[in-house]
Design a protein around this ligand. Sequence first.
Ligand code: ZN
Length: 374
Amino acid sequence: MKIFSNFESGNIHVVSADNPQDIQLTIPADNQTDISQWFHFRLETDAHQPHHFTISELATSAYPEGWPDYDVVASYDREEWFRIPAQFDGNALSFDIIPEHESMYFAYFAPYSYDRHQDLLHGAQTHPACRLETLGHTLDNNDISLLTIGEPSPEKKNIWIIGRQHPGETMAEWFIEGLVLRLLDETDTVGRSLLDKVVIHVVPNMNPDGSIRGHLRTNGVGVNLNREWQTPSMDRSPEVFLVRERMLEVGVDMFLDIHGDEAIPYNFVAGSEGTPSYNARIAHLENHFKQALLTITPEFQDDIGYDKDEPGKANLTVGSNWVGEQFKCLSYTVEMPFKDHISHADELYGWSPERSVTFGHDMLAAVWATVSEL
Ligand code: ZN
C-alpha cells in the first residue's frame, strides 16, 4: 500500500501507512503559514479490502468547524467525485472505504486542474467577442490570466468576476466555468443580450501558485490575497496588484468574487454594507440581485450566511469591500459550501463540481436581471 501526493495540488503527510486498517495522516500547512485544511492524495493498494483512514490534528486546522458533517471527496477516474461518509471527533476525521480498484484519489473538494484552467481560457478565446490576456506573473512565475468578454465601448458597463483568491476553494472555478460557457453560448440569449450591454472581465483563477502547490488559502509565499486589496504589492501579491491596476483603468460597475466556505452548508452572498459609502442605491442593487437569484434557482438562499458588518466597520483589505468602496458599485462575495447545500442535500455527491457549474450558469441570469439597474 502506498500513498502519493507528488502531483499538482497534492497535499498530505503520511504518519503511518503500514496497516490498511489504521492509516494515519495529517495535513501540511500552506507554505510559510500555519493554515492547513486542503488535502489531496492518491492511494494505491489491494482492491476489495477494508481501509480505515484517520486525518488528525484538525483542531488546529484553519477551520475546525469545517469538519463536522463533512464527507470526504473521492474518485477512481478523476471525473466522478463522490462522497465517503466521515466522522469527526473534535480533532480527527476518520472514514472507511473498500476500494473497487487499485488506485483512487481523495480530496477536500473536487480539484480544478491547471490543465482544465488552460482549457477554459483557450476554449473561451475562440469566441469572437473574447480576448485572452496575461496581465503578468506570480511569484512562482505562473500566468495571471484575464478574459475580456464583449466589445469594449465607453457606453458599456464593466462587470468583474474573479475566483480562487483562496486556491483550495476549487468550486469557485467550477462556478466560473459554468458562467463563462453560458456567456459564450451563441444559442443562449442571456449571454448574447448581456454582451450587447456590458463587458465582462473574468479572472477564473486569481491564485495559480496556491492552486498548484495544494494550498487552501494563500499564494506561494503565504499571503492571503483577500486581505491585500488596500495595499497590494508586486513583492507580496502581484495577483491582486495587477488585477486592481486594470480595474482602476477600465472601471467596475459590478463585482462578484467567488469563494467556498468551509463551515456553512449553504450558498450565500456577502455584501459591502459595512463600507463607508454604502447607501440606499447599493442596498437596492443588492436586493434586486438577490431577489432575481432567489427566483431563478433554489440553490440560492438569503437566510443563512455571515454576520453583516456594522455601518462603516467593513475590512477594506477584503476584495469585495475595497471594490465596493472604490467604485461605489454592487459588490458581492459569493460563497458555496465544501459540505453540501443542506436545504437540497445530496448524500452521494454533496455540493459538487456539477452543481457549482449550474450555479454559475444560473447566476449569469441574475446578472442579466440586474444590468438595467446598474
Ligand atoms: Zn474564500
